[in-house]
Design a protein. Structure first.
Length: 273
């Protein structure tokens, strides 16, 4: 693992390096991006930095210094070879008194890189009873406040699944804890609208650009019962077939395979700084 914080590459990336008063630690006041690295090249870095800025602005944080963030990315990439890795960029509200109120300080910027293993092309998911609030203040923002996801993912793991699927407050399919959901229903490939509350995933957007899908909202219960194919998208899942949803078995079908092939064909175009 390698870590860079506020302009400095750490000699020991596991050593304490952030104040106990940092607002990201105290109340989860921060935003982040996760992207994969293949043979020392980050994937879709510009798109991730664009979303990092949107999330920061939506949370009321100053726009991150893109030049400084990029220097952090270059520093961790340059510290050693990475065949396949997970790169994380985090921006927090910086040190502040304990509590919810922010201080007028420079945000903390952290860039970390660790080795990773490519995920399998198929997986199992389960639905969870908790709801995403599509009208919440942080809806659609990639914030560090991930406690709901931690709880839901732990529940999924109890059932041998790698992902938990949320409905929103009206019962429509929303998203996974760290993924977007695509499904085939009535012969058409579909995915939830952004207004229903999911994160505007980078991989989601690229699949729609490179392969196509209809944005629409359907009740979670109907998708779970009647979809003929389902796949997840995220920065490290890429396009991952869902072959089990709860107790239901699903095929790794032709639409999913075609989407995976479209991904493989276009992926290299976005590798690099």
């Amino acid at each position: 693992m390698r870590a860079w914080i506020d302009g400095h590459l750490l000699d020991n990336p596991a050593a304490p390096a952030v104040s106990i008063r940092d607002h990201g630690l105290v109340v989860g006041d921060g935003v982040f991006e996760t992207l994969k690295v293949i043979e020392d090249r980050p994937f879709a870095l510009t798109l991730h930095l664009d979303r990092l800025e949107r999330s920061a602005n939506g949370l009321g944080l100053p726009t991150p210094d893109r030049t400084l963030v990029t220097k952090g990315v270059e520093a961790v990439l340059g510290a050693g070879p990475t065949a396949y890795g997970r790169l994380r960029i985090t921006v927090t509200g910086g040190p502040a008194p304990f509590g919810s109120g922010r201080a007028e300080v420079t945000p903390t910027i952290v860039v970390g890189l660790e080795d990773a293993t490519p995920l399998p092309t198929e997986t199992k998911v389960v639905s969870v009873p908790w709801r995403r609030n599509e009208r919440g203040a942080t809806s659609g923002l990639k914030t560090t406040s991930y406690a709901e996801n931690v709880i839901a993912l732990a529940e999924a793991h109890k059932h041998g699944a790698s992902e938990a699927i949320f409905a929103n407050t009206v019962g429509d399919l929303c998203e996974g804890t760290g993924s977007n959901v695509f499904y085939v229903l009535d012969g058409a490939l579909k995915t939830p609208t952004l207004s229903s509350g999911p994160l505007a995933g980078i991989t989601r957007a690229l699949v729609m650009e490179w392969f196509g899908a209809e944005e629409t909202d359907e009740p979670l219960a109907e998708v779970e019962e009647y979809a003929t194919e389902v796949f997840l998208t995220s920065s490290l899942r890429d396009v991952q077939a869902v072959t089990e949803w709860g107790t239901r078995t699903l095929p790794h079908g032709p639409v999913t395979r075609a989407a995976q092939e479209a991904w493989r064909t276009n992926e290299s175009s976005l590798l690099g700084l």
